[in-house]
Design a protein around this ligand. Structure first.
Ligand code: AMP
Ligand code: MG
Length: 324
C-alpha cells in the first residue's frame, strides 16, 4: 500500500514566511526549521500545550527532555543558572552544536513538560541564521527535538520532514541541507563534574581544553554514577504513586482524568483530552507532592496516543524506588 502523502506547507525562509511561522509558534503551533545539526520540530518552550503537541506529533512513547533553543546567549540566563564554566563554553562554542544541561533558573518560564519534570534544562544556540531569526521573531525560546517521528532517522532536508511528519507540522521552513548533519553534543553541567551525555558535533577534547578539566564519559565508564542514556534521571514525586485509582483513599490526593469524583484534588483534563493531560502532568504531580498527603492516586489514562507516554511516566513514578 502506498501511503497518500499528507499536504504540508514548505516555505523558503524569506522574511514574510519567518514572520508567519513566528506567529504560528506564538499561537501554540508547530514549525519545522533548519539548524546546522538537523531539522528541528519547534514549539513554544514556555507553553505546556505546545510542548505536548510536539510529543504528540512525534508519536514518542515516552517523554524525553527536549533541547530548548535560544536566539542569543544572554537569553539563556533567564531560563537556566549559568555558571562560569557554562559561560566560557558558550563564549567559545555558541552559536554551535553544543547543548548545555544546567539547573532550572528560579523563575524559568520553560514548560516542565519540556524538561520532563527535571530540575535541569538543556539549552542551545543553533548556528543557523534561519533558526535564530525564527526564535527571535517568535520572541520566546523554542523546544525542538529532531523533526521526525519517533524511531525514524533525523531529517537533514525539508523533504525528510515532510515525509515523516506531513501535516502534523503547520509549516516547514526550507533552509536546504543541514551542514553538520549530526546531533549536538550534550554536556551536563548541573553537577560538580562536567559529564558528556551524548557525543555530537563538538569534540569532547575541545570542551576539555576550554574547561581545563576532564569530562566524565558515562557511556565508556560502567562505574560512572550516571547512566549513559541519562534517561534514568527521571523526575519522580517524593510521595508514593498509586495507579488506576477509581477513587481517593484516606489521606491520598486524587489526580483525575476525565469525569471525576468531587473530591479529586486536580484534574489532568476534565474533557479527557490526552494532549491537555500531558501538558498538565508534571506541574500536577509537583503540585500534589506535599507532606499533607500520604500518596498521589491517579485515575486510569487510556493507552493510546500520548496516553502511552503519560502512562510510561506514571509507571516509573509508581515503581518501587531503588535506595540511593
Ligand atoms: P533531541 O532533542 O532528540 O536531539 O535529544 C535531546 C537530548 O538531550 C536527549 O538525549 C535528551 O535526553 C537530552 N536532554 C535534554 N534535556 C536534558 C536534561 N534536562 N537532562 C539531561 N539530558 C537532557
Ligand atoms: Mg531524534
Amino acid at each position: 500500500m502506498t501511503p497518500v502523502p499528507a499536504p504540508v506547507r514548505i516555505e523558503p525562509p524569506v522574511p514574510a514566511a519567518i514572520a508567519e511561522a513566528a506567529a504560528l509558534l506564538r499561537h501554540g503551533g508547530l514549525v519545522a526549521f533548519p539548524t546546522e545539526t538537523v531539522y528541528g520540530l519547534g514549539g513554544d518552550a514556555t507553553a505546556d500545550r505546545a510542548v505536548a503537541a510536539i510529543f504528540a506529533a512525534k508519536d514518542r512513547p515516552s517523554f524525553n527532555p527536549l533541547i530548548v533553543h535560544v536566539a542569543e546567549a544572554h537569553q539563556a540566563e533567564a531560563l537556566v543558572k549559568v555558571d562560569g564554566r557554562a559561560r566560557r563554553l558558550m563564549a567559545r562554542f555558541w552559536p554551535g552544536p553544543l547543548t548545555l544541561v544546567l539547573p532550572r533558573a528560579d523563575h524559568s518560564p520553560v514548560s516542565l513538560l519540556a524538561s520532563a519534570g527535571l530540575d535541569t534544562i538543556a539549552v542551545r544556540l543553533p548556528d543557523h541564521a534561519v533558526a535564530r531569526a525564527l526564535i527571535a521573531a517568535a520572541g520566546r525560546p523554542l523546544a525542538a527535538p529532531s523533526a521526525n517521528r519517533s524511531g525514524a532517522v533525523s531529517p537533514t532536508l525539508a523533504a525528510h520532514v515532510a515525509e515523516s511528519l506531513g501535516a502534523r507540522v503547520a509549516m516547514i521552513l526550507d533552509g536546504g541541507p543541514c551542514r553538520v548533519g549530526l546531533e549536538s553534543t550534550v554536556l551536563d553541567l548541573s553537577g560538580p563534574v562536567p559529564t558528556l551525555l551524548r557525543p555530537g558535533g563538538i569534540a569532547p577534547e575541545a570542551i576539555e581544553a576550554v574547561l581545563g578539566e576532564e569530562l566524565l564519559h558515562p557511556a565508556e565508564d560502567p562505574a560512572a554514577p550516571r547512566s549513559p542514556g541519562m534517561l534514568e534521571s527521571h523526575y519522580a514525586p517524593g510521595l508514593p504513586v498509586r495507579l488506576d485509582a477509581r477513587s481517593r483513599r484516606d489521606g491520598e490526593a486524587l489526580l483525575a482524568f476525565g469525569a471525576a469524583p468531587a473530591d479529586a484534588a486536580l484534574n489532568l483534563s476534565p474533557a479527557g483530552d490526552l494532549e491537555e493531560a500531558a501538558a498538565n502532568l508534571f506541574a500536577s504531580l509537583r503540585a500534589l507532592d506535599r507532606p499533607d498527603f500520604t500518596a498521589i492516586a491517579v485515575m486510569p489514562i487510556p493507552e493510546t496516543g500520548l496516553g502511552l507516554a503519560i502512562n510510561d511516566r506514571l509507571r516509573r513514578a509508581a515503581a518501587p524506588r531503588r535506595a540511593a
